[in-house]
Design a protein around this ligand. Structure first.
Ligand code: FEC
Length: 322
């Protein structure tokens, strides 16, 4: 990412705005998988069975996940787009939730570099106390310790008009893979979370349903639904229905064509490349269903422009919060 001079002696509004882009992260080497999994499990190491199963899934997608490389390309693209749009110059920093470079370390680095204000943005469009809030907590704790860095969090951005248009375009273009688009059930999906989040008033499910509804409305889809995927391997009850059960039900009702849109994710990674492209695809094949999936957004310039728009809107809102 480009070098912007330190802002220590520059008036606030002229100093570069920090952008803390936050992403899930993935192991960089196979021997980091156990530490990564332990971090996801809040410090509890996985059993040998769980670890072997995760290693098997990484193996099935080619050894490791492409997630870090894609996230880094998104960060570079965002910095270039923001520094070219005529707005306040920025410096983009990338912090990971479950692997190096960790969010807390990056926030410390930002403070050391003299960044006084930063917009934070998670590469996940929908808010949950079990997802976005955890990233924000890691960032805010480190900023509090640093003492001289104000953070302006973006809580969610699923309702950004350009984002919804982009998803609608992805669905529209994949529908052409089917002879008759009217015969296709479009299934929007996202990472499941423990069902108990609903009782606590978590907005995650409502925001995801609203995303599917908005895209369906834009495309005038007659047949669409929402399903959950990638539920954790824990004793909790997870949000359902799961995509695998949905495929079984659709087959039992004579459906032959399904288009899956994993709208809760933005990049190619294990939960899409394995859970959808390998696991769900194998089941669909067995059930006699043609299953296609929309392309993820990755570092598509149109997606980078969505992120740019989201950051600039938060920057504008922050002006009234100083
Ligand atoms: O490509 C990769 O290597 C990383 C893919 C990856 C993404 C991702 C996104 C989300 N997760 C969310 C919630 C949970 C909860 C648990 C959980 C567990 C795992 C495991 C792996 C994993 N997640 Fe993840 N998640 C990715 C990978 N996730 C690997 C552990 C093995 C397994 O269950 O498959 C359960 C933790 C626990 O034990 O308590 C909860 C949510 C997202 C989407 C939002 C975001 O990106 O932050 C929510 C990508």
């Amino acid at each position: 990412m480009t070098q912007v001079p330190s802002s220590t002696d520059t008036p606030l509004e002229q100093a570069p705005l920090g952008i803390l882009l936050m992403a899930y992260g993935t192991p960089r080497q196979v021997d980091e998988v156990e530490a990564y999994y332990t971090h996801i499990r809040h410090g509890h190491p996985p059993t040998k069975e769980l670890l072997d199963d995760l290693l098997r899934r990484y193996q099935a997608i080619g050894g490791l996940s492409p997630l870090n490389a894609i996230t880094e390309a998104e960060a570079r693209g965002l910095e270039t787009a923001l520094n070219a749009d005529g707005g306040r110059p920025v410096r983009v920093y990338l912090g990971m939730k479950h692997t190096h470079p960790f969010i807390g370390d990056i926030v410390q680095q930002m403070a050391q570099d003299g960044i006084a204000e930063a917009v934070t943005l998670v590469l996940a469009p929908h808010y949950s106390t079990r997802s976005v809030a955890e990233y924000q907590r890691a960032a805010s704790d480190a900023a509090r310790e640093a003492g001289n860095l104000a953070l302006y969090h973006v809580d969610f951005w699923y309702d950004n008009v350009k984002f919804l248009q982009l998803i609608a375009n992805r669905v529209r273009s994949r529908l052409t893979d089917f002879g008759n688009a009217e015969d296709v059930m479009v299934v929007f999906s996202a990472h499941s979370l423990p069902e108990k989040i609903l009782a606590a008033g978590d907005p995650y499910q409502d925001q995801l349903h609203a995303t599917g509804d908005a895209v369906a409305k834009a495309l005038n889809l007659k047949q669409y639904m929402f399903a959950w995927q990638s539920a954790g391997r824990t004793a909790d009850k997870w949000l359902g229905p799961d995509i695998l059960d949905v495929l079984r039900d659709l087959a039992a009702n004579g459906r032959k064509n399904v288009l899956l849109c994993p709208v809760g994710f933005v990049s190619d990674h294990l939960e899409v490349l394995y859970d959808v492209d390998i696991e769900a695809q194998a089941l669909a094949h067995e059930l006699g269903i043609k299953l296609a999936r929309t392309e993820n957004l990755n570092a598509d310039p149109a997606f980078i422009d969505v992120l740019r728009d989201v950051v600039r809107s938060r920057e504008t809102a922050a002006e009234t919060e100083r």
